[in-house]
Ligand binder design. Structure first.
Ligand code: SAM
Length: 260
């Protein structure tokens, strides 16, 4: 197993919290037809795909992901769907889909101008593009990670890590989607996740937003632990323990739906 690959089991420890944005996005897709084909881009272990099939069980679902571990997990869990190991940046088959969907993935892919052109070309006329993306850069945890990565001790190893992510605000996406689609809906939501402890924030982010930093410390378990400890000590300042011992982890997400 490639230890820089995604860890589906760690990712799914927060399955409900990670799937809720997909459920919410799907519920806001305002169409009167029954889509025949759906593409889930960055399908991960298949959780967002399952949410899509819950609304449209008769649709033919294709999930693509560039992580071998994620695709294996999706295949094992839901063998009846089509799962393709592919890079979404270059995935442009001849097929078009009624719904082109992606939750919590595009931030890992560069050049969103080109990516959204591809999404447009993948969508049938009359179809829908539905995307959700974390606004991680607007959250204290992102600033903590960048600050610690900038410390003398970690600087060399983690240089350029923040560039692993491509991030834009809602105006950028509005101007990207609007000319190509007949109508666009957008909204932003803070999910206030209730976690058991402050270290749960480390657990949550180690399989996602903190992953590029930890990948750079690959093989060096002691250094990974030290980096995690330094992040945790700052988490304690920004994410206090509540009266009942739980920790609130507000998570900002941007949603967009384009009707072609
Ligand atoms: C945070 S997970 C989202 C999984 C699932 N869609 C969900 O809603 O929980 C992001 C997924 O994007 C995938 N991914 C990242 N870059 C990608 C790329 N260039 N092409 C395809 N998948 C990519 C990762 O492998 C990972 O499975």
């Amino acid at each position: 197993m490639n230890n820089k690959d995604w860890n589906p089991d760690l990712y799914l420890k927060y399955r409900n919290e990670r799937t809720q944005p997909s459920i919410d996005l799907i519920s806001k897709i305002n169409i009167s037809f029954r889509p025949k084909s759906i593409l889930d881009i960055g399908c991960g272990p298949g959780n967002s795909s399952q949410a899509l099939l819950q609304r449209w069980p008769e649709a033919k679902l294709t999930g693509i992901d560039n992580s071998p571990n994620m695709i294996s997990k999706a295949k094992a869990g839901y063998p009846e769907n089509t799962w393709i190991l592919a890079d979404a940046a270059t995935y442009l088959p001849d097929t078009k889909y009624d719904i082109v969907f992606s939750n919590a993935t595009i931030q890992w892919i560069p050049n969103h101008k080109k990516l959204f052109k591809n999404f447009f070309n993948l969508t049938n006329d009359g179809g829908v593009l539905a995307i959700s993306v974390p606004r991680f850069d607007e959250m204290p945890i992102s600033k903590i990670l960048n600050r610690i990565a900038g410390n003398e001790k970690w600087k060399a190893a983690t240089q350029g890590c923040a560039a692993a992510f491509t991030r834009h605000d809602y105006q950028f996406y509005y101007n990207l989607i609007n000319p190509d689609y007949q109508a666009v809906d957008m909204w932003q939501t803070d999910y206030i996740h209730v976690l058991e402890s402050q270290s749960a924030i480390i657990e949550w982010t180690s399989s996602t937003g903190m992953k590029p930093y930890l990948d750079r410390l690959n093989e060096k378990e002691k250094e990974k632990a030290q980096f995690g400890d330094e992040v945790l000590s700052e988490i304690k300042q920004y994410y206090p323990v509540q009266n009942n011992g739980k920790v609130l982890f507000p998570f900002k997400r941007l949603f967009m739906v384009g009707y072609k």
